[in-house]
Design a protein around this ligand. Structure first.
Ligand code: SF4
Length: 335
């Protein structure tokens, strides 16, 4: 497997800017990405072309959401000095390679994509019956392949997405007769499943999330609203921590504490109010540093602009080189 310049393998990952990021994004992605910076040459993308696919009816918020995601990225420890942090649409090579790869991707591969079928059924609040949504795995492939990323951080459930990119690489390389595109490997990361406050999937569209940027009062109010063990009606009823979402949050955010929490819950020596107040203290402390960094970044818009401009330039330099190679192999450009 070829390494990126500098001898380190390269990682590409991204997040759609559809609003501020939440605790699920923190434990499911950002904490892993922060650690990967020590070992890999990292490219972190604010995927606004991907956001437009579902938000095209009201696109005005995409750029402000992209700014929020940039602040969340940096305040959670993604380091613009070590990693390339950029906005996808600042590097139009993504759109161009997407178009070229579309020529090499059979429609049947996209139609059989399980996520596509699932989202068509489940995402009823948006009209995603558009051409772009069917083709989003091709854009995803372009995102990864432009940077010749060796690794893509994914949870086990996302492996099929990466397989489609690998299939596109194999088909393209075979048809052009050159090992032009790098077949990326999965970098399996742990991502604890964190449910929303109401025990449904954590999602901005359900309004059941704790945002990384929430202030302490908001965090406390949200934790107080969490659904607990439905069988524990009165304070002196023994609880069932294994059936309680609050206990799951302890497992994720305070791994030393669940045993003691469960014992006090089962023995009814503390009430759900006490249990939630303690969890809220833990979350307020956890998010204190990102909140402090966010305040600094919000007070310095020039710095934000500089980060995204520098990231865009670095990303484009790499992307342009790959795209020129691909155009050369596909009869585009030159005489
Ligand atoms: S005490 Fe804690 S773990 Fe037990 S039911 Fe109440 S909130 Fe859940």
């Amino acid at each position: 497997m070829a390494d990126a310049p500098g001898g380190r393998q390269r990682i590409l990952s991204g997040m759609r800017p559809t609003g501020r990021l939440h605790l699920g994004n923190l434990v499911g992605a950002l904490e892993n990405w922060r650690a990967l910076q020590d070992e890999y040459d990292c490219f972190f993308m604010i995927a606004d072309y991907h956001a437009l696919m579902s938000e095209y009816e009201s696109p005005a918020d995409i750029s402000s959401h992209a700014r929020e995601v940039l602040i969340d990225f940096v305040s959670c420890g993604l380091d613009p000095e070590r990693s390339v942090i950029f906005r996808q649409s600042d590097v139009p090579e993504h759109a161009e390679l997407h178009l070229i790869l579309s020529d090499y991707t059979p429609i049947s591969w996209l139609e059989r994509n399980p996520t596509y079928k699932e989202q068509m059924k489940e995402l009823t609040s948006k009209d995603i019956h558009n051409y772009a949504f069917l083709g989003y795995p091709v854009l995803q492939a372009a995102d990864i392949l432009l940077y010749k990323a060796n690794r893509v951080p994914v949870g086990e459930d996302q492996l099929p997405h990466l397989e489609l990119t690998r299939e596109v690489v194999r088909r393209f390389n075979a048809l052009v007769g050159a090992e032009a595109l790098v077949e990326p490997q999965a970098k399996l990361t742990s991502s604890p499943r964190l449910l929303g406050l109401d025990r449904r999937k954590m999602s901005k569209s359900y309004h059941n999330q704790i945002d990384i940027a929430d202030d302490p009062d908001t965090i406390r109010a949200k934790v107080r609203s969490m659904i607990t063990d439905p069988k524990r009606i009165r304070r002196d009823d023994p609880g069932h921590p294994d059936e309680c979402n609050v206990c799951d949050y302890y497992k994720t955010f305070a791994p030393d504490e669940p045993a003691a929490v469960a014992e006090k819950c089962r023995a009814a020596t503390w009430g759900c109010t006490d249990c939630k107040a303690h969890l809220a203290d833990i979350l307020v402390a956890l998010l204190e540093e990102p909140r402090r960094r966010r305040a600094e970044l919000e007070a310095d818009p020039e710095r934000l602009l500089a980060i995204v401009a520098a990231g865009g330039e670095k990303a484009q330099a790499v992307a342009r080189q790959t795209l020129d190679e691909i155009k050369g192999l596909t009869g585009l450009g030159g005489w």
